[in-house]
Design a binder for this molecule. Structure first.
Ligand code: GDD
Ligand code: MN
Length: 380
């Protein structure tokens, strides 16, 4: 008899099923361990009275951020952790966290406390009150604050970046690169399958990928200084931003990765000629040896440029570089053989040397792109 009674008690004591949160706050993290608890405390204070949760989406930080989040999550059910392996990128990270949430409203905020979480209740209220508003954006810039504390060059760059985005998005966002905003769940659902996922500018990506123009409101805030950890966004952030914009405009015609791969290929021709000339002028090497050297240097340079620019999101690091370089060189050698054979055929048919040359180069570009995307920068 005894065990039955305890069993009955245990069932009775189980908590009633509670409904899910109305608001999911997504905080992307990469090495932000010391910011986890302060952020949760700030969210709890700001969102008093709201049924909310926070999802930390961590790209396998080596400082133990995910472990810290789970430690807190064990005693606080408002806290959740999504940990991604072998991938990087703020936009794709946030997209996965959106898919893990079921709330009607979703906000994105940096985990490093630089954004002003006290805006969240106002964002939520605006979205709830105004059925026509899709997104509320935290903006660092109202017209004049733009100039404060920025050098002229940064001002100009920031201006160009903003105008470029405004043209492509056909929306007059004052701070399109903002990483702080709240949207209705349908907004994300509409965009998510078309997101580029390139780089860190998720707001630009969401706007450019939306099947319909989005209605937005902006709330000004002061971007705060970082207390713990350091920024992950390096000089190539600007590059990724331009690639994202290219993908969202030209990308409808040609895949932007292929464009980049071809651009790197062109740079290889210049490297080749430079090395060939240097070897002929400055060393006693024969023409054939110089040509072989130039070919090798250009191929290696192409590999590193592609690894750095074209496949930034999947870039090979440490020891992975060795098999990467070997498969790249092998794939390109096959490409070169096909290039010559194809060009020869076209030349026999048309007797146009330039058409044959371009055709050979184009075929090997497509082939090299295809094979290296499978063998060198394979999907993990
Ligand atoms: N999961 C994941 N993966 N998170 C990342 C990654 C990544 O690859 N890179 C950065 N993060 C996280 C950081 O841990 C931080 O919480 C947040 O994304 C922003 O990164 P920072 O490195 O602090 O960026 P920032 O301060 O230079 O720039 C931020 O503010 C700008 C202005 O609002 C970002 O939000 C930019 O997108 C934004 O333009
Ligand atoms: Mn930051």
């Amino acid at each position: 008899m005894q065990p039955d009674v305890t069993e009955a008690r245990r069932i009775e004591a189980a908590p009633a099923i509670a409904k899910g949160p109305d608001l999911t706050v997504i905080a992307p993290t990469f090495n932000e361990r010391e910011n986890v608890e302060p952020l949760i405390a700030k969210l709890a204070a700001a969102l008093d009275g709201v049924h909310w949760e926070v999802i930390f989406v961590d790209d396998d930080s080596h400082d133990g951020t995910a472990a810290r989040v789970r430690e807190v999550a064990r005693r606080d059910s408002r806290v959740r952790c999504v940990q991604r392996l072998g991938r990087r990128g703020l936009t794709s990270a946030c997209a996965e966290a959106v898919l893990a949430s079921s709330a009607s409203y979703v906000a994105i905020i940096d985990a490093d406390l630089q954004h002003d979480e006290t805006l969240l209740p106002r964002m939520l209220e605006l979205l709830r009150r105004e059925p026509e508003t899709d997104v509320v954006i935290g903006s660092r810039y109202t017209e004049k604050s733009l100039s404060e504390g920025f050098t002229r060059v940064r001002q100009a760059m920031s201006y160009i970046a903003t105008r470029l985005a405004q043209t492509i998005l056909r929306a007059k966002l004052s701070d399109p690169v903002s990483g702080f905003f709240m949207a209705k769940r349908e907004v994300f659902e509409g965009s998510i399958r078309s997101l580029s996922g390139i780089g860190n500018k998720i707001l630009v990506d969401v706007f450019a990928s939306s099947p319909r123009p989005l209605k937005f409101k902006e709330l000004a805030y002061q971007f705060k200084a970082r207390l713990h950890g350091e920024s992950k966004l390096d000089t190539l952030t600007v590059w990724e931003y331009l690639v994202l914009l290219a993908d969202k405009s030209l990308g409808r015609i040609v895949p932007v990765r292929f464009l980049l791969f071809s651009l790197v290929g062109f740079s290889g021709v210049l490297v080749h000629l430079g090395v060939l000339r240097a070897a002929l002028v400055a060393t006693p090497l024969s023409f054939a040896t110089s040509q072989a050297l130039a070919t090798l240097v250009a191929a290696v340079s192409n590999f590193f440029l592609n690894n750095w620019l074209t496949y930034r999101d999947k870039r090979l690091t440490g020891w992975q570089v060795i098999p990467g370089l070997i498969t790249f060189l092998l794939a390109c050698s096959v490409g070169a053989v096909v290039n010559v054979a194809f060009a020869e055929t076209v030349f026999e048919l048309t007797e146009l040397w330039w058409l044959a040359g371009i055709a050979g180069a184009a075929v090997s570009a497509v082939l090299n792109y295809a094979t290296t995307s499978i063998f060198t920068w394979r999907k993990r």
